[in-house]
Design a protein around this ligand. Sequence first.
Ligand code: MSP
Length: 530
Amino acid sequence: MKKRFYITTPIYYPSAKLHIGHAYCTVLTDIFARYKRLRGFECYFLTGADEHGQKIEKNAALAGKTPQEFVDGIVEGFYKLWDLLKISNNDFIRTTQTRHTEVVQKIFSKMLEQGDIYLSKYKGWYCTPCESFWTDTQVGPDHICPDCGRPVQVAEEEAYFFKTQNYVDSLMKFYDENPKFLTPESRKNEMINTFIKPGLDDLCVSRTSFSWGIPILENPKHVIYVWLDALTNYITALGYGSGNESLFKKFWEDDETEIIHILGADITRFHAIYWPMFLESLGLRKPDREFVHGLLMMKDSKMSKSKGNVVDPFPLVEKYGVDALRYYLAREVTFGQDGSFTPELFVERINMDLANSLGNLLNRTVSMINKYFGGEIPQYLGKKTAFDGELESLIDLSIKRYESFMDDLKITEGITAVMDIVARANKYIDETTPWALAKDEDKKEELASVMNHLARAIFVSGMLLKPVLVNASDLLFAQLGINLEKVSYDDIFNPSFLDRKVVNKGEQLFPRLDNEVEIAYIASLMNGNK
Ligand code: MSP
């Protein structure tokens, strides 16, 4: 295993406010970054905003603002959202910052000089009233402008292109030599069969039909067109080409850093095909892993403003707390597959897992330790009841499963492994019947052992869920009498860690939600009524 990590989310378009789908990607990446740090690894986590392009130029004009004023306003909202969701990013790159724009210009010049970029003509569908080019998919079979609905015509404009043919063979070799580069595996086959085998077109990297972009120094009527500008954020944020390359050396060039990009399925092609090519053209190392997650849908359809099913994360967090939303996103939507957000699933998941299983286990245990042992967690005495051994083995096995799932970015499976401990511990209460043991003086040792084992099961679960439950894990530790400054991951392996700690009964971590009331409330948020 490498000794440090560089992990990134895509940089989001500030063309409109972010919704829960964007929050999904950032939260899951944050969980991974926090997990790695919890395990003692250094992890540099980057997110940001992709601020150029025609859509932003248009939306700004509609809002009566300059593009810069427009993106400044929206990016303020990004900062607030990431703050609210307790995102632990180390940096936030904006593609309008000079640390980015100046380096992108240098990158373009280098590629041009090397012959990887050439000047030619871009042919596409053009909407004259909107002054916009569209692709085949965007105009659909009826050749209609997706913005204004009027017919489009074929038109040409001068543009620069990146010569993909220079790099196709080495990309295929790279895929062969690095089977873990792109996951899920099916994505690689899709790249090869859908895009590479039929013959890859050269990539258009400049435009003259709008001006909100980074101008090309050699030909300033052109601006650099989205993907060359966007993808290079991953290296400009580390100071590549800036004169101060210490972060770049450490988190990109050093072989001891594992570089991981997390991205949604809709942008796989750009990350998995063009990005490695750009890096090769610059003579730079390629990322170790690209993990493609699925899309978060609303019931069966994609989120869209017109369908009135866009979920704004702000009111959700305000009402249910950051941990509930983080948990839902990570647990309900298997990382790597498509998933959905519905009010029913949200309320059910929070009630079932957090209120009933975890919350109840903590409540019952703390109450029993108060009642039977005056609030002091009894010492670990080895295996005293017929069920202790089984619970201990399940805890050990679940920790191993959790670590191997999480290391492999199988975050949902990692959480499920933790919830197995919680479920087993609840069952252990029914098996050992502490209320019956308490009635028999001869069973005092067994009762003590049960309390110790329960406390440990809760502690281990709280520690493993720490990357997800950024507030509740600490509250849970406090209820078990753990000094937050004196606890570390390795304590989960020590069965005596909780000996003689004094529990504090606190508030319910996750109060049970009233199904009907809360489902109706969330539905009203989605319909834009709140
Ligand atoms: N700016 C580009 C990315 C450049 S990265 C060098 C972009 N921006 S985006 O804002 O449109 O989308 C950013 C990410 O958010 C994508 O990975 C996309 O998959 C993700 N999501 C957008 N909607 C989503 C859902 N409904 N569900 C899950 N992820 C979603 O593309």
